[in-house]
Design a protein around this ligand. Structure first.
Ligand SMILES: Cc1cc2nc3c(=O)[nH]c(=O)nc-3n(C[C@H](O)[C@H](O)[C@H](O)COP(=O)(O)OP(=O)(O)OC[C@H]3O[C@@H](n4cnc5c(N)ncnc54)[C@H](O)[C@@H]3O)c2cc1C
Ligand code: SF4
Length: 482
């Protein structure tokens, strides 16, 4: 275990962030990496409790106490090996995971958990800097089996990497022009710069994964064709159908889905030119972001960087408490108010507010105002508070109210895939759909979720595919990594 008295001697110290004024001037990552001695001291706070709850909190089952101990002892390579045994992309989770592990750390009972996410990111960074974490892990034994992975988000990438390392011939089909799914075109660069995705994709290519971008499966190539030319097909399509808002003025210019706005900015940062006629920009505008989740938060950070005049964030649900309530005890995920780095950069936050619609400016075509009403929860139902209607100046409204499911229409019909009432692809615990040889992983089966769950799903389904292809997964994988 790490220092048995570490948690008594060392206070929790999280990474610092760049000053707001500085970071709003660019799209670079805002985290300032802690120095190695600080990270070692933080890792020493891990008590290696008899029953560690942290790695139950982690969907990947990361064996956190083990790598905390190794980091504290300065055994970098061993810490990397332990971390990579359960997580293909710690450089990603170390940046964007909400860290349920920290919420379930025993020290979180007193509100000062180990800085697990910082330690994880540091292990990943060290492994990148030394080149160890990016060295291709090539399978020594080839199975001769072919697998098509559709979609290149974290689920597809984790699945593809695991299968390639187990010796299968893997092709990833992606309809976008670049690999990465929401890692590439959803999550803004100020949370995660895209170079790290490129480095991982290059590693996978060197491991034998073939990437085919610009291919819409169900359009450019049919699901049937993929089934016929592969031994297994894994659908990692994501869940990107946005929830819409019905109401007067929805069609006015200036009312957009959040993702249309975010994708454009990620493209600009990547050096693409977004044509003026299509550009959605917050500069000089009163921006209203509807929806209080990750997507909404990313819209706030992006709007402020673009130079919005004001940013208001509307959330339908009431303001959560600042601390855990008695019916939400440790180690459950704390249902408390979350303030993201984007919120800290500046925005007005309004809770328990329902948008009624949008009002046009004098031209009759562009949004100039948003009409809303305050609501309360009564018997589990959202009820308008009489006489509480109000307007907000609004030149740009961004709808970030979540996602209703995957865009499966053509593919689901063609393959005859069973869907649940929300439109997600139905599967068993191994990711098998009702169509033989066709699997599903990530948001396409669980609905819009988290990167860490997508990686965990990708790994789980890869293991099931490998087993089904009668490969000796364990033997091959160990041979490949050993
Ligand atoms: C704006 C935003 C911010 C987020 N921030 C965070 C965060 O900070 N932390 C976190 O943990 N989670 C975050 N999430 C959630 C997280 O990004 C997702 O849960 C995760 O990316 C899901 O991974 P996936 O591989 O299942 O799907 P995706 O990442 O959505 O990838 C699916 C891929 O499949 C491709 N595809 C779909 N259909 C086809 C087809 N027919 N043919 C070929 N390709 C196809 C798509 O183009 C896409 O590239 C965020 C989500 C959004 C929208
Ligand atoms: S992946 Fe997320 S939950 Fe797991 S150890 Fe890392 S930060 Fe914690």
């Amino acid at each position: 275990m790490a220092d048995p008295k570490g948690f008594l001697k060392v206070d929790r110290r999280e990474h610092a962030e760049r000053p707001v004024a500085e970071r709003l001037a660019d799209y670079r990552e805002l985290v300032l990496e802690p120095e190695p001695p600080v990270v070692r001291a933080q890792a020493s706070r891990c008590m290696d409790c008899g029953i560690p709850f942290c790695h139950q909190g982690c969907p990947l089952g990361n064996v956190i106490p083990e790598w905390n101990d190794l980091v504290w002892r300065g055994k970098e390579e061993e810490a990397e090996a332990v971390l990579y045994a359960t997580n293909n992309f710690p450089e990603v989770t170390g940046r964007v995971c909400p860290a349920p592990c920290e919420a379930s750390c025993v020290l979180a009972i007193d509100g000062v958990p180990v800085t697990i996410k910082d330690v994880e990111r540091t292990i990943a960074r060290t492994s990148f800097e030394s080149g160890r974490g990016l060295a291709p892990v090539r399978a020594r034994v080839r199975s001769g089996k072919r697998v098509a992975v559709v979609g290149s988000g974290p689920a597809g990438l984790a699945c593809a990497q695991q299968l390639a390392r187990a010796g299968h011939e893997v092709t990833v089909y992606e309809r976008d022009d670049r690999i990465g799914g929401l890692l590439r075109y959803g999550i803004p660069d100020f949370k995660m710069e895209k170079e790290i995705v490129d480095l991982r994709v290059a590693q996978m290519a060197a491991e034998g994964v073939v990437f085919r971008t610009g291919v819409d499966v169900g359009g450019d190539v049919t699901g049937g064709e993929l089934r016929a030319s592969n031994d297994a097909v894994v659908l990692c399509l994501g869940a990107r159908v946005p929830r819409d808002l019905a109401g007067p003025g929805r069609d006015l210019a200036g009312v957009h889905f959040a993702m249309d706005f975010l994708v454009q900015q990620n493209r600009r940062v990547a050096g693409d030119v977004v044509p003026d006629a299509e550009a959605i920009l917050a500069a000089g505008k009163h921006v209203v972001v509807i929806g209080g989740g990750d997507t909404g938060s990313d819209c706030i950070g992006t709007s402020n960087r673009q130079g919005a005049l004001s940013v208001t964030n509307l959330e339908l649900m009431p303001k959560p408490p600042l601390v855990r309530m008695p019916d939400n005890p440790w180690p459950a995920w704390p249902l408390v108010l979350r303030t993201s780095s984007s919120h800290e950069e500046g925005c007005a936050r309004e809770f328990a507010v329902m948008t009624r619609g949008f009002v046009a400016d004098a031209s009759g075509t562009k949004v100039s105002k948003l009409t809303a009403v305050r609501v309360e929860l009564a018997g589990g139902q959202v009820r308008e508070v009489p006489g509480s209607a109000f307007d907000i100046p609004c030149d740009l409204a961004l709808l970030a109210m979540g996602f209703t499911g995957p865009e499966t229409t053509g593919l689901a019909t063609e393959l005859g895939l069973a869907l649940d009432p929300r439109g997600n692809i139905v599967s068993d615990a191994a990711g098998r759909t009702n169509v033989p040889g066709v699997y599903v992983a990530g948001d396409a089966s669980r609905g819009q979720s988290l990167v860490v769950w997508a990686i965990a799903d990708g790994r789980r389904v890869a293991a099931a595919v490998d087993t089904a292809l009668e490969a000796s997964r364990k033997g091959r994988h160990l041979a490949a990594t050993g």
